[in-house]
Ligand binder design. Structure first.
Ligand code: DGY
Length: 331
């Protein structure tokens, strides 16, 4: 049995796989595979551990003759054609819950960095432009007692809200398709409409999955609702924001700034975002803590071992319709 791992991951995952002598590992540690390289590499594998930029399209899935499981090295699986996999009875697994703190902490870091102009001031110092102390330089807002609007109040959104509430006494507003009474109780959070959230928040942070419904959820009309001094943070998926509309809003002062870890056409970044001062940019690193990445490796490999060695569905299965018979026989 053969497993393709498309990029370097923490050794803990490799060690777990190596405990199973019957598994051959095709471990690619170099740069991302091109579409053609990926197509060739999947031809005879039983499992793939792909990373976020690997597009596991219908074409790739149909080309993989022996594929039994796609074990995403991520929580998000918008890079995998779920329908195509399900049609071929190929399990798709992910790594839920492993990066909650990491992504929430990065969202917090982006908020502070943008507001307190950390990245901009760092560039100023490195350019040897600090010649005298200027009482009016690099002034930004304080966040204590301000309002944080969370779009998507799942694990990550609630963890960010917890830090903002407990650390900075921020008022928490949220939107979500479902209510979260426990989060409301713990954090005094209020479930509101998207329009209300955008109109009333000083900081808006996005924590929803990318789906047909959430694509361009924040466009020109939504940005226009935001306060002129407010900031927008995105650590979820780039296409949730209409990037052209965001650039216009930033240039025209419709909002004060944006801090982005994800982009509409990654790894391409809109050239105007690169020029704007009221923007902080990071290269999709919100989950980049040792703890999160080690756990991602472990969980992705556990999904593979479940299917290939233990002949059962992956424990962190995404396409649950493949196990509905098992579930209904238990219930
Ligand atoms: C995920 O897991 O979905 C992150 O975006 C990448 O770590």
């Amino acid at each position: 049995m053969k497993v393709l791992i498309t990029r370097e991951i923490p050794q803990v995952g490799i060690n777990l796989l190596k405990e199973h002598k019957e598994i051959e590992i095709d471990y690619r540690k170099g740069p991302p595979l091109s579409r053609e390289e990926l197509k060739r590499a999947v031809k005879d594998v039983d499992a793939i551990i792909p990373v976020i930029p690997d597009q596991i399209s219908k074409e790739i899935i149909e080309h993989a003759d022996n594929l039994k499981v796609i074990a995403a090295y991520s929580v998000g699986y918008d890079h995998i054609d779920l329908d195509a996999a399900t049609r071929k009875n190929i399990y798709v697994g992910n790594t839920p819950g492993d990066l909650t703190e990491a992504v929430a902490e990065h969202s917090f870091a982006l908020m502070m960095s943008l507001g307190r102009r950390v990245a901009e001031a760092d560039r100023f110092c490195r350019a040897k432009r600090y010649e005298y102390w200027d009482p009016m330089a690099f002034i930004g807002p304080k966040f204590m007692n301000k309002t944080l609007g969370i779009i998507g109040f799942g694990r990550i959104g609630q963890f960010f809200a917890r830090m903002a509430k407990n650390g900075l006494n921020m008022r928490i507003l949220y939107t979500d398709v479902i209510s979260h009474p426990e989060g409301e109780n713990l954090l005094d959070a209020e479930k509101v409409s998207l329009d209300y959230l955008l109109t009333n928040s000083d900081v808006v942070s996005i924590h929803v999955n990318l789906t047909e419904e959430t694509k361009h959820m924040i466009d020109h009309d939504q940005l226009k609702l935001m306060k002129p001094l407010s900031i927008l943070i995105n650590t979820s998926r780039g296409p949730i924001i209409d990037e052209n509309a965001l650039v216009t809003a930033l240039k025209e002062g419709i909002i004060a700034g944006a801090a982005l870890d994800v982009f509409e056409n990654e790894p391409h970044i809109h050239p105007d975002l690169l020029k704007l001062k009221n923007v902080v940019l990071t290269p999709h690193i919100a989950s980049a803590t040792w703890e999160a990445r080690i756990q991602m490796a472990r969980m992705a490999v556990e999904n593979v071992i479940d299917v290939l060695v233990d002949k059962k569905p992956p424990r962190y299965i995404v396409n649950k319709e493949l196990i509905k018979d098992i579930v209904s026989s238990i219930v």
